[in-house]
Write a new protein. Structure first.
Length: 204
């Protein structure tokens, strides 16, 4: 029974048929747990963790398990993702016996200290290397002048000299072979003697 008569009890009825009896939330019909499970409660804005991931004790693991079952029943989650979440909850059950988030409450930090900001990294300027054109090998000046003088001397020496004519090569005819026969007439074409006989017959 609630201590204050103005506080309403949670109206949720369990599977066994017994009413919850926990103090209900202000202006609501259920306690916080059943209000969250049945209707949902407001969560902090920009929260880093999803409510289903807050498995800080064994009761939270059971609540997360109920969320997964509900999502599967309503077809709000695919089987692959549900399988991964159930495996994670199985690991959480094994670790829950050794994990304690409420120990040493007297020694807990009450205020987060203000840490000094790390110094900004100094960005090094990229060094741009200038690509130098490959230097051509310089020949000695004396060698260049000697080469030019030799070319000029050879050009002056060839001036006025007639160019040698190339001998014309006449093709040599093959010797006449009396034994060589005339080529055979083409197939289907009449010979010259046959043409002469045909012309004589036509005149007569």
């Amino acid at each position: 029974m609630p201590l204050n008569k103005n506080v309403r009890d949670c109206q949720h009825i369990k599977v066994t048929g017994v009413q919850c009896g926990s103090p209900g939330m202000r202006g609501e019909q259920f306690c916080y747990f059943h209000q969250r499970m049945l209707r949902g409660v407001s969560t902090p804005p920009n929260a880093r963790l999803h409510p289903i991931a807050m498995i800080e004790n064994e009761e939270a693991i059971q609540a997360s398990l109920m969320e997964v079952i509900n999502a599967l029943a309503r077809n709000h989650i695919d089987l692959r993702r549900a399988d991964l979440i159930l495996k994670a909850l199985h690991i959480a059950v094994k670790n829950s016996r050794r994990a304690r988030f409420d120990m040493n409450e007297d020694e807990m930090v009450r205020e987060v200290p203000e840490y000094a900001a790390p110094p900004a990294p100094v960005k090094a300027k990229p060094q741009v290397r200038k690509q130098e054109a490959p230097k051509e090998k310089e020949l000695p000046r004396i060698a260049v002048e000697d080469a030019i003088a030799q070319v000029q001397a050879s050009a002056l020496a060839n001036i006025g000299k007639p160019k040698p004519r190339q001998a014309e090569v006449t093709p040599i005819a093959a010797p006449f072979d009396p034994a060589q026969r005339k080529p055979a007439a083409r197939a289907g074409m009449p010979s010259t003697t046959q043409v002469a006989v045909n012309q004589r017959n036509t005149r007569t």
